[in-house]
Design a protein. Structure first.
Length: 108
């Protein structure tokens, strides 16, 4: 199982837990153990906490990925743009040289 499979499963589990909590609170409201306003308040509070946890998880994961990427010898977009410019300049020079040699061969 890859890292991304584990991450996907964790996120799906989180969504499942959120749905189960809502169902549980709805059941308490149906049984009369909570009023509708209390149930709505609990769902709202739990959702806000879940959102904060999700944001924290996202931020932490993003930091981990960024730090990992920094350690890897990968070319950045800037590096690739510079390499593209160099290749274009070399292609122009090669074309000029081939054009000169081609002219010389035709004359000879």
């Amino acid at each position: 199982m890859t890292f991304f499979d584990v991450l996907r499963n964790a996120l799906l589990a989180g969504f499942g837990v959120q749905e189960k909590v809502k169902e549980f609170i709805d059941e308490l409201v149906k049984k009369g153990e909570l009023s509708e306003s209390q149930g709505a308040k609990l769902v709202k509070e739990w959702s806000e906490k879940a959102d904060k946890s999700s944001e924290h998880f996202s931020s932490t994961l993003s930091d981990i990925i960024s730090k990992t990427m920094e350690k890897m010898p990968l070319a950045t977009k800037d590096d690739l743009d510079k390499m593209h410019d160099i290749l274009n300049a070399l292609a122009v020079r090669v074309n000029k040289l081939e054009g000169i040699k081609g002219e010389e061969l035709k004359k000879g």
